[in-house]
Design a protein around this ligand. Structure first.
Ligand code: NIG
Ligand code: FE
Length: 423
């Protein structure tokens, strides 16, 4: 027998809508999230939110309807699935040994110069097959899911040459077709570091003349589906002019610019984003006032990554000033072998404690704004009629427990497009 609807989420103590009708929130709006107390939500067969309201009005309105599943959420809170705006989840090789070096005082660049860091991961990732990388990726996605993440931005970038970069994008494409719980928006990051034996100009030429044409060919053949292009704009890696050339070449083939900038040194990232019209910049620990103003007017999303500042003991990015200036702020875990974090609740906690964001701002940054940073906020990132029912159910009658209980908040269920994917 068919049902009228796929799912009814019934009588949640708090149903955290976030915001109605806005593609993203800036400034003071980030502190005013919309919440329905004693809320009920109806999800249709396609996994799309059909109706939301108070328990009393909805019970009456849908009393004659049938549901494939009803979840009584009395005493629980319901939040939108978390969106992780920046991850590097495809890699092989264990870098736990570097953690001890960093605790003993080595900087990110010290580890890199000693042949560790990105170069270590590159050599392992190159020698792994597509299938091995896929088998490593799936448990990572499952751990993200348990922590409430239902949509991620995921990068290549541990190949730095055509074959391995394309292999990584194929792994992401396969996961986005075969793994149901976490949706993936993929980003090509051939400019993550300078490959051994090349200088920056040669690496830039290789990206523009070899890697991007192959990416376009495979994308046109339906074998990969990158949406964005990323570069590590940093002293000794790709500097301003090379980064600009690479991003422009990506833009020319329809990729959106979403790059790493102003992390260890001030590199005029915000200014470059304003000039090129970029969608997002990550890190931004060293961004300038001018850069932030340019980002507010483009607008370019600031994807802040508090795990990196925490693990490398860096100064945090000026989140408060960004919000004051109207820069759209999003959050990401930066999951990678340097910052091994798969938990957006922990990221939100760090954003509050280390970057002085309030809990409402952190939640907006980890849902609606992170979705907007990857061009997905018309379908993801808030609990609104017409968007996908990606839901985190929390065993607490106040939603703030997701941030307050930092290490293992009581997530009881996760739904992806109305299907139960974790409980
Ligand atoms: O976002 N800063 C550059 N890239 C990564 C680190 C990658 C690595 O160390 O493997 C980041 O933190
Ligand atoms: Fe990163």
């Amino acid at each position: 027998m068919g049902f009228d609807f796929k799912l009814k989420i019934s009588n949640a103590a708090q149903l955290v809508v976030i915001s109605k009708g806005k593609p993203f929130l800036i400034g003071k709006e980030m502190s005013n999230i919309e919440i329905i107390e004693n809320g009920t939500m109806i999800v249709d067969e396609q996994g799309i939110i059909f109706d939301i309201g108070t328990y009393w009005e909805m019970e009456d309105k849908y009393k004659d309807k049938t549901f494939e599943k009803v979840l009584d959420c009395t005493g629980k809170s319901v939040l939108p699935g978390f969106v992780d705006g920046h991850t590097h989840p495809v890699f092989s090789g264990d870098r736990v040994h570097e953690f001890a070096m960093k605790l003993a005082g080595a900087t990110y660049l010290d580890v890199h110069k000693a042949g560790g860091g990105i170069q270590f991961t590159i050599s392992h990732t190159k020698s792994s097959t597509e299938d091995e990388l896929y088998q490593l990726l799936i448990p990572r996605l499952n751990r993200m899911l348990k922590n409430g993440t239902t949509l991620i931005e995921a990068k290549s970038g541990y190949g730095l040459e055509t074959e391995t970069e394309m292999k990584m994008l194929k792994v992401l494409d396969r996961a986005s077709k075969q793994f149901q719980g976490v949706e993936i928006v993929s980003t090509y990051l051939g400019g993550h570091a300078i490959p051994k034996g090349m200088n920056a100009a040669e690496a830039t030429d290789d990206i523009i003349n070899k890697q991007l044409p192959e990416l376009k060919r495979l994308r046109d053949a339906g074998e990969i589906s990158p949406s964005n292009i990323d570069v590590f704009l940093e002293k000794g890696f790709f500097e301003y002019d090379d980064t600009k050339r690479i991003l422009q070449a990506g833009k020319d083939i329809g990729l959106e610019c979403n790059f790493h900038g102003d992390e260890l040194s001030y590199m005029k990232s915000g200014e470059l984003a304003g000039e090129l019209g970029c969608r997002a910049i990550s890190h931004l620990e060293k961004v300038s006032e001018e850069g932030m103003k340019a980002m507010a007017s483009t607008p370019t999303f600031a994807v802040l990554l508090p795990t990196t500042a925490y693990i490398l003991r860096l100064e945090c990015p000026p989140a408060r000033r960004m919000i004051e200036l109207g820069v759209p702020v999003a959050l990401g875990s930066d999951f990678n072998p340097n910052a091994h974090c798969l938990s957006m609740p922990f990221v939100m906690n760090l954003a509050c404690v280390l970057m002085k964001m309030n809990m409402n701002e952190s939640l907006v940054a980890a849902t609606l704004n992170a979705a907007a940073s990857i061009n997905k906020s018309s379908t993801h990132g808030s609990l609104e009629v017409g968007k996908f029912a990606d839901l985190v159910i929390l065993s607490a009658n106040k939603w703030e427990h997701i941030i307050y209980e930092m290490v293992d908040p009581p997530i009881s269920h996760v739904f992806k497009k109305g299907n139960l994917v974790f409980s």
